[in-house]
Ligand binder design. Structure first.
Ligand SMILES: *Cc1c(COP(=O)(O)O)cnc(C)c1O
Length: 391
């Protein structure tokens, strides 16, 4: 059997995969089983922030794997402790809980908010607000948090205690007036929802209501974090001060790791035995994350913003492109032609891009070399223009 046939036969059919078997890569280039090369503008969905098999990252994780690949959370280990320090110092948060995925990072955030409500407003605050069109994960609880019914159907009943509101100041004011709200959970830029940034007016309103009513703000930075938007965290672009921050995808540069950052108000809600994870804080993943985080400095972030400006300006002026949304290197392109057709044709011409709702989504490596970026964007422009004419 071919790899595709094996996969179709034995792997659960949860993914609509492209007919492409990827075998190896370096940086922003990746090859398929036939040796054909592609420029990667998807990075495993905002995971490989420094590309594939980045030298510095590889050295860090292999050295750590050879020294101590895993230990239980019954003992201390240096990479986990040092990474937590870096995350707190860079964000002003106070404590970190480590897990293995975005959904788990959000579960920890949700449990922390519930525990805070139980400690301070017993029996009064049973609701976490999330935003329509949001995406927070695939577990039963993070599905409940996800404000898109399409993901809910077939899996009822979901965890209670969630309500979704439109991301407008009016809708939020009305929902908060009910008096039972513990927290508002948001993505600074909704990724799966179509690469849509929150408006500044909504962010300001959310921050004001949080202060007035002691409502916790939970920033889901699973996709928008780790330098992706041109700031370390997406919420920083909006001047927000969340109480809880979850992140994952790009954190460990291609190894599975989630982190939940707990601010002043919630730093002590967790006590020994109240939460845990076998693999959480794994030393190899933590070493990878330290390598990533130590390079997310102002120079790199300025480079991300410059590349973003180039992509946005080039695409906005291109025939066949209707609009460009997003921030930094997390961009959504509304094309005149069908987005899936654009994606397929880009693939045929050696450029990998992905989808978000009906948009073409671009999530290139933060350090993608300029010549590769230009070549990929020119290919995308050509495809958009040609398919528009055919449409
Ligand atoms: C991908 C994503 C998640 C889920 O992360 P997993 O690692 O797939 O569990 C949660 N929130 C946001 C914003 C995401 O983009």
């Amino acid at each position: 059997m071919t790899i595709q046939e094996l996969d179709q036969t034995y792997v659960a059919h949860t993914y609509g995969r492209f007919p492409l078997v990827l075998t190896e890569g370096k940086g922003s280039l990746v090859r398929d089983e036939n040796g054909k090369q592609y420029i990667d503008l998807g990075t495993g969905i905002a995971v490989n922030g420094f590309g594939i098999a980045d030298d510095e990252w590889l050295a860090a994780i292999t050295a750590q794997a050879a020294r101590l690949n895993h230990t239980s959370n019954l003992y201390y280990s240096a990479p986990c402790a040092k990474l937590a320090q870096m995350l707190c110092e860079r964000t002003g948060m106070k404590k970190v809980f480590f897990s293995n995925s975005g959904a788990e990072a959000n579960e920890c955030a949700i449990k922390a908010a519930r525990k805070y409500a139980e400690l301070h407003y017993p029996g009064q605050r049973d609701t976490i607000l999330t935003l329509t069109n949001s995406f927070h994960g695939r577990t039963i609880t993070t599905l409940a948090a996800t404000g898109q019914d399409v993901f809910h159907k077939d899996f009822l009943p979901l965890t209670g205690g969630f309500a979704s509101v439109e991301p407008t100041p009016e809708a939020l004011e009305a929902a908060v007036a009910a008096g039972n709200v513990t927290a508002v959970m948001f993505e600074a830029v909704q990724g799966e929802g179509g690469v849509l940034p929150l408006t500044q007016a909504f962010a300001d309103c959310m921050q004001r209501l949080a202060k007035e009513h002691d409502i916790l703000l939970i920033a889901d930075e699973v996709q928008a974090g780790n330098g992706r938007t041109g700031a370390l965290c997406g919420y920083m672009n909006l001047g927000l001060q969340p109480d809880i921050v979850s992140t994952a995808k790009g954190l460990a540069g291609g190894l599975p790791m989630g982190a939940t950052l707990l601010g002043e108000k919630v730093q002590d809600v967790y006590t020994p035995g109240s939460h845990g994870s076998t693999f959480g804080g794994n030393p190899v993943c933590a070493a990878g994350a330290i390598s990533v985080l130590s390079r997310l400095d102002e120079a790199l972030l300025a480079e991300v913003r410059a590349k973003s400006d180039y992509i946005v300006q080039t695409l906005q002026a291109a025939p066949g492109v209707k609009s460009v949304s997003g921030m930094g290197l997390m961009l959504g392109v509304e094309t005149a032609a069908d987005a899936s057709a654009v994606i397929r044709e880009c693939m045929a011409r050696g450029v990998l891009v992905i989808k978000a709702k009906q948009k073409v989504r671009l999530l290139p490596a933060l350090n993608i070399p300029w010549p590769l970026l230009k070549q990929a964007v020119e290919t995308l422009c050509a495809v958009c223009a040609e398919l528009e004419v055919q449409a």
